[in-house]
Structures are given as C-alpha cells and as structure tokens.
Design a protein around this ligand. Structure first.
Ligand code: ADP
Ligand code: MG
Length: 258
C-alpha cells in the first residue's frame, strides 16, 4: 500500500482533519498505520471500521482511567492483583470476587470492611475503588480524618457547599480508617448528614477497626445518632469481617520464629 506517496498523504491529511473536527483525538495521528494493518491483514470493511473505533475508544478509556485514578486520592499500588488471598485465609474470596464486579456500585449498595490493624482493609478498599474507576464510576478515596476535616470546613462556610462536594455526589465514596478518632457531636451530626445524603444515591465503602457495636462510642457517644447512621448504612450493605493476622507483622513473626 503506497501510504506515503504524495497523493495518498494528502488524502490522509484531509481525512485526518475531518476526523479531528469530528472530535477524534487518537485515530488522526495513527491513521496510516491503521490502514496499513487493515491492508496487511485483509480486514473486511466492518472489521476495519471496528479497528478504528476501538483504537479511539481504548485511547480515551486509558486516559480517563489514568486521570480518574489521579483525582480519586487513591493510594498507589493497592490493587486486587497485589492482594495475597492465600495469606488471609479466613477471608471469603467469593465475597470479594463478587464485590470486584462492581455490581454493588451499580446498585448503590455499601461495603463495610471490618477487622484489626494490618489485615488489609485499606488495601482491599483501594483495590475495589480501582475497579470502580475502571468500570466508569466516579470514585473518591478519603481517610476519615480528611473527610471529617472537609465536612467541618464546609459546615463553617455555611453548610450549603456540602451538597455539591465530591464526597456527596460521587458514585463511590471510600472512607478509610473510621474509628481511630472519636468524633465530636457536631462532627457526628455532619457525618449523619453525609450518610443520609448518600443513602440509596451512591455507594459508601468504609474501613474500620471498630465493630458496629462500638460505633456509638465512636460517634460522640450518641446512641440515637449512631443507630440512625447504621440504619442507613446497613440497609443495603455487604459486611466483610477480616479476623486474620496482620500482614504488617508477618515479617516480624517470621524473624521471631526463626
Ligand atoms: P489495614 O487497613 O487493615 O490496617 P492495610 O491494608 O493498610 O491494613 O495493610 C497493611 C500493609 O500490608 C499494606 O502495605 C498492604 O498493602 C499490605 N497487605 C495487607 N494484607 C495484604 C495481603 N493479604 N496481601 C498483600 N499485601 C497486604
Ligand atoms: Mg487501614
């Protein structure tokens, strides 16, 4: 195929320009290669059309996922692929596999990952969040401290802003490490407002080292508020209890047992 002859080149230029004006971003720069491939592999017209469309789609998807991951606040490298299920034998992998399909996000259900420090709650929550991003759900990952701080600031600024905040509007909100710090009364009220606002509108994934029975203490000692929060959280919720060993301590355990 004489792709680089002068005539062919100017034909390409015209088509590339047309594609650009139609909003194509990737195909215009790679059209000669795509056509060469089509000729080399004797692709039927429909297959060639699919090759062109897929090339543009894959490029945009890759860029979308990259940008969304950057904006999501997710820790780097914590994915489902790097989680060692063999180490955490008590964990029901089937439950996690079901969650990684992201159907929970589609149905606006919540996820609670509970257990002692080091068992991989944050890692799993981050891994799930990556899957959610890849599946096109707007996803935000925040530590509980960052979230409470944000809620407080928005409250002080008049409260209205909170409705438009990403933590309120995103499809999937991950709140990591709820329970390290006891919330004050106002903070617990703001937290209720958030959970209530997201109820059946989006998914909330929470990791905590405190079982739900301890939540009233965590939420300013207010039983009524804690019940109201748990009522909404647990209505459509996957609760994952991880009672295993700490991954952080495994190296030390190894050294000690030598
Ligand atoms: P938690 O949030 O339960 O305290 P983390 O998710 O922060 O625990 O895990 C502690 C560290 O150990 C992290 O670096 C995490 O990536 C790693 N980790 C925990 N469990 C596993 C596992 N099963 N496979 C691989 N890495 C793990
Ligand atoms: Mg953690």
């Amino acid at each position: 195929m004489p792709v680089k002859s002068t005539n062919a080149r100017s034909d390409f230029d015209a088509i590339e320009q047309l594609l650009r004006s139609l909003g194509f971003e990737h195909v215009p720069g790679t059209l000669p290669e795509l056509v060469e491939r089509g000729v080399r592999e004797s692709l039927p017209l429909l297959a060639f059309l699919e090759l062109v469309a897929r090339s543009e789609y894959d490029f945009r998807e890759e860029r979308r996922v990259k940008t969304s991951l950057k904006l999501s606040g997710l820790p780097v490298g914590k994915t489902m692929d790097t989680y060692d299920f063999a180490f955490q034998r008590g964990l029901n992998k089937a439950t996690i596999d079901l969650l990684t399909t992201c159907e929970f996000a589609q149905r606006k259900e919540n996820v609670l990952l509970l257990g002692p420090p080091g068992v991989g709650k944050t890692h799993l929550a981050a891994g799930l969040a990556v899957k959610c991003v890849q599946n096109g759900f707007s996803t935000v990952f925040m530590t509980a401290d960052e979230l409470i701080d944000g809620l407080r600031k928005d409250d002080q600024a008049g409260g209205r802003r909170a409705h438009r905040r990403r933590y309120m509007t995103c499809a999937v909100l991950v709140i990591d490490e709820l329970g390290f710090q006891t919330l004050e009364r106002r903070e617990a009220q703001l937290f209720f407002r958030l959970i209530n606002g997201r109820y059946e509108k989006g998914s909330t994934v929470i990791t905590s080292n405190k079982g739900v029975r301890e939540w009233p203490d965590l939420l300013a000692g207010d039983e009524v508020l804690a019940t109201a929060i748990l009522d909404r959280l647990l209505h459509h919720c996957h609760v994952v209890n991880i009672d295993g060993r700490s991954y952080r301590l495994r190296q030390i355990e190894k050294r000690v047992s030598r």
